[in-house]
Design a protein around this ligand. Structure first.
Ligand code: NAD
Ligand code: IPM
Ligand code: MN
Length: 351
């Protein structure tokens, strides 16, 4: 069975790490006799500069028939982020109802976490980020432009169906792992939406008596993630909280360069999208030093989603092996390797 992948490398190191992921996919799909075909789309800030739009008007329609989307990163100096992101990344997440943003965190052998006490293997949790509503709403904007009293407003939108389905996903996932869910909140009276989030999450929790639940204020949770990352299993969070926690957690695990993400439509009505957590990194783009592990791990999540669990496990084993040696770790992990040497090592391990 042929499965079709839409590839959107995007901007900056997005191009470099997507190339890396493609090399690894090539190796592992040959080994496992998996038939993936790719179409690459040049939708990016560069395209915006030339054509005045990040992607064509029929982009969503064109992506619709694919089995999955593999994305690098979006955003580049010269194009305002709100233009590039509302013009490419966010519309895909929303049009395809990718309401789960699944972001696993692990400390690997050979990778030194900035935390002295984080033993490899002892840190293994998943951030389940609500991905289509919450603080990232389209309601609001910049008003009274040009006047001294200009201001910006944005309504955070939390719906009962939206919170219910993300909470349900988190509890179901916890049931297959450590049976422990931490809900990120800010319910101490200031923010109106989070007490509602808490109420809906508690309602879902009641359906999963075998899963332990904690609710933690986002500020305290941020501190606990640094002080004791090993205690977490599944963290469920709103769109903005989940965004912040996943970069924090990735740094705790060594670098944001290794963190992957899966933008999932769990109903499988639409294609899901796989991308590293990091952005286009203009400060290192073009130097060939970007850590490709976040993109490669995202490709492994894609393989798993497409029904190729053994191939995904092989990629993960290659990542684990490759991270052990300093010359196949990139600089952000204290190694001496670069993007190409990590790719060579992964491809050799899969060969
Ligand atoms: P960033 O993730 O691009 O970079 C933050 C820091 O982490 C930089 O110092 C960078 O060099 C480093 N870094 C990131 N990925 C790395 C990797 N793979 N290997 C080694 N080091 C890595 O975040 P930013 O600087 O806030 O954003 C840059 C641009 O990317 C902006 O336009 C932003 O909007 C966009 N962005 C896009 C996405 C996405 O497409 N999903 C995500 C985040 C940021
Ligand atoms: C991410 C990114 C995006 C987000 C930005 C670039 C809009 O930070 O995927 O984590 O906030 O969702
Ligand atoms: Mn982010």
């Amino acid at each position: 069975m042929t499965q079709r992948i839409a590839v959107i490398p995007g901007d900056g190191i997005g191009l470099e790490v997507t190339w890396a992921a493609r090399q690894v996919l090539e190796a592992v799909t040959i080994k496992h006799k998996i038939d993936l075909v790719y179409d690459e789309f040049d939708w990016s800030c560069q395209r915006y500069a030339a054509a005045g739009e990040m992607m064509p008007a029929d982009a969503i329609e064109r992506l619709r028939p694919y089995d999955a989307i593999l994305l690098g990163a979006v955003g580049w100096p010269g194009v305002p982020d709100h233009v590039s992101l509302w013009g490419l990344l966010i519309p895909i997440r929303r049009a395809f109802r990718q309401y789960v943003n699944l972001r696993p965190i692990r400390v690997f052998e050979g990778v030194r976490s900035p935390l002295r006490d984080a033993e490899p293997g002892a840190v293994d949790f998943v951030v389940i980020r609500e991905n289509v509503e919450g603080e990232y709403s389209e309601i609001g904007g910049r008003l009274n432009r040009g006047f001294p009293d200009e201001f910006a407003v944005q309504e955070a939108v939390f719906t009962r169906p939206g919170v219910t389905r993300i909470a349900r996903f988190a509890f179901e996932l916890a049931g297959t792992r450590g049976s422990y869910v931490t809900s990120a909140t800010k319910s101490n009276g200031i923010v109106h939406t989070l007490p509602f989030w808490d109420e809906v999450v508690a309602g879902v929790a009641a359906d999963f008596p075998e899963v332990r639940t904690d609710s933690e204020h986002i500020d305290a949770l941020a501190a606990k993630l640094v002080l004791d990352p090993g205690r977490f299993d599944v963290i469920v969070a709103s769109n903005l909280f989940g965004d912040i926690l996943s970069d924090l957690a990735a740094a705790v695990a060594g670098s944001i360069g290794i963190a992957p993400s899966a933008n999932l439509d769990p109903t499988r009505t639409y294609p899901s999208m796989f991308e590293p957590v990091h952005g286009s990194a203009p400060d290192i783009a073009g130097h060939g030093v970007a850590n490709p592990i976040g993109a490669v791990w995202s490709a492994a999540l894609m393989l798993e989603h497409l029904g190729h669990a053994a191939a995904a496990a092989d990629v993960m084993a290659a990542i684990e092996e490759s991270l052990m040696a300093p010359d196949t770790r990139t600089r952000d992990l204290g190694g001496t390797g670069d993007t190409a040497s990590v790719v060579s090592s992964l491809v050799a391990l899969l060969g």
